[in-house]
Write a protein of this length. Structure first.
Length: 220
């Protein structure tokens, strides 16, 4: 399938990050618990390419929702958006902090500091779960105010956009858990490469949430 300009841009960013800012992955598995196989892992480029394709698909999905949101908002007088729950701002701060911790964890692993990596990786996972709890609290608050999915077009888009993001972020949490729990001595990828690919996805989810917050706030 021919690549798109967006996909090419994402792949270029990933390649530059991996080559310049990402550090050199440990050749024998990524930390002191993943050595001993003595084999050469397959090229890491396939994992970055796969991630790039996945991010393009997610971006297209949310751009379609965004376009529908903007077009529908311009029709009729039935668009009424309730004030955003204040907890969403706290959720945003939590997610931004998690981007910082996941990046610190990735860099610790590239230096061979497995202890710092695991601690920061667990913190990132906990922050992700805390974000999801905050999202549930925001939905519960709206329900308590009588705002449901079918209440009006604005509430329908709010639940759809935030719900879709939460599902994708849940996938990111699953990836974080996988990287932390997997025994990579028998894997086809090193822990360092897996951690970097997972961190790229996590940063993307954080940036996507900031975009959605701006959209929801300005679309009131």
């Amino acid at each position: 399938m021919p690549s798109t300009p967006v996909q090419d841009d994402i792949e270029l960013i990933i390649e530059e990050r991996h080559g310049k800012g990402g550090g050199t992955p440990p050749p024998d598995g990524g930390d002191d618990g993943d050595r001993g196989s003595g084999r050469t892992p397959p090229p890491a480029r396939r994992y970055y390419t796969g991630m790039a394709m996945g991010l393009v698909a997610i971006m297209m999905f949310f751009m379609a929702l965004t376009s529908s949101y903007i077009v529908r908002r311009g029709f009729g007088n039935d668009w009424f958006q309730s004030p955003l729950p204040r907890i969403l701002w706290l959720n945003t701060a939590i997610l931004l902090v998690s981007s910082f911790t996941v990046e610190r964890a990735r860099r610790a692993l590239s230096r061979g500091d497995s202890s710092a990596f695991r601690a920061l990786w667990r913190i990132t996972t906990g922050l992700g779960l805390l974000f999801l709890v905050g999202q549930l609290a925001a939905w519960w608050q709206l329900r308590a105010e009588g705002v449901y999915l079918p209440t009006n077009p604005a509430s329908s888009f709010y639940y759809t956009l935030t719900g879709a993001h939460a599902l994708h972020l849940l996938g990111g949490i699953a990836a974080l858990v996988y990287v932390a729990a997997k025994h990579f001595e028998r894997a086809k990828v090193t822990r360092a490469v897996a951690a970097e690919v997972a961190s790229i996805y996590w940063h993307f989810m954080d940036g996507l949430w900031v975009f959605l917050m701006a959209l929801l706030y300005l679309g009131r």
